[in-house]
Design a protein around this ligand. Structure first.
Ligand code: AMP
Length: 285
């Protein structure tokens, strides 16, 4: 029999388990996901494992963070494989609620996400970060662990959650882990499964554009307009549509005309029906 992690479906049962860990003096960590797991997700579990006695991963494709024309219904769902992968990464338990457990009849409270949610993804995906902030705060209530682990892959999401946790005094440490990439540079993503072999090759344009920005930055180009233009030129070789390709302030995600020390390059682009995002922090080594 293949190894699998124990699964909890009921929020109250999950909460009681984490509370029992707290009483036993065990440090616990939370890894929220939407499933269709890959090495990027598993790296979060492994990082959690290094510093925590108990690790919970959650698998929930949260309907409220998808727009009406987005891919909620076709989002990949691979629960059995996910549970095996979680076991291989020494995760202790998977929390897999259904929609009714998370949003029972009468549910009507939501988080107004912070200012850092407004540009970029906030413009392209109205309502997305409200859905994310609300479900993540719910997960923090259901699994009140000591720490929660997120990927830099979703750079703006990590900023939104850090700000929410600070603003609402949520007693949880937010840990942001590096983006895991395929050997050719493509950031791992559950949505990469949508790509045809040809689109998979074309998708490399995102990584090439980010690398180009880093290279120019290190060669002394600190004007964000020039860096953005260079990214657009690389992207034009591969993707069908660029939603944004910008260099902004890494804390506020606000526009800047010139990079002083640090900035982040962020891209959202479409290949056919697939929307991919990626980012890279621009630094002088
Ligand atoms: P998702 O299932 O796409 O909602 O992602 C769940 C968590 O995994 C989020 O914190 C993501 O940022 C993180 N994640 C997704 N892809 C990667 C990756 N390639 N490297 C590191 N973390 C990732």
């Amino acid at each position: 029999m293949t190894n699998s992690v124990p699964v909890i479906h009921d929020p109250r049962e999950m909460q009681s388990l984490v509370q029992s860990w707290q009483r036993a003096g065990l440090r616990s960590g939370l890894v929220p996901t939407m499933g269709a797991l890959h090495e990027g997700h598993l790296s979060l579990v492994r990082t959690a494992r290094e510093t925590c006695d108990r690790v919970v991963a959650t698998i929930f494709v949260n309907p409220t963070q998808f727009g009406p024309k987005e891919d909620f219904s076709r989002y990949p769902r691979t629960l059995d494989a996910d549970l095996t992968l979680l076991a291989s990464a020494s995760c202790d338990v998977a929390f897999v609620p259904d929609r009714e457990a998370m949003y029972p009849p009468g549910f009507s409270t939501s988080v107004e996400p912070p200012a850092v949610s407004v540009p970029l993804e906030g413009m392209c995906r109205p309502g997305h970060f409200g859905g994310v902030a609300t479900v993540v705060l719910k997960l923090f209530g259901i699994a009140p662990t000591d720490a929660a682990f997120f990927g830099q892959k979703d750079f703006q999401q990590a900023r939104v959650i850090e700000r929410m946790v600070a603003d609402l005094n949520v007693p949880i440490e937010v840990v942001v882990c590096p983006t895991v990439r395929e050997t050719d540079g493509l950031a791992m993503s559950s949505r990469n499964r949508y790509l045809s072999p040809e689109d998979r090759q074309r998708a490399l344009a995102l990584w090439r554009a980010l690398e180009r920005a880093q290279q120019l930055f290190r060669a002394g180009e600190h004007h964000t307009a020039a860096l953005s233009q260079a990214m657009h030129a690389e992207l034009a070789k591969g993707v069908d549509q660029v939603e944004y390709a910008v260099v902004v302030d890494p804390d506020t995600l606000g526009e800047i005309s010139h990079v002083e020390k640090r900035a982040v390059a962020l891209i959202a682009a479409r290949l056919g029906h697939t929307r991919l995002i990626d980012n890279l922090i621009l630094t002088i080594p």
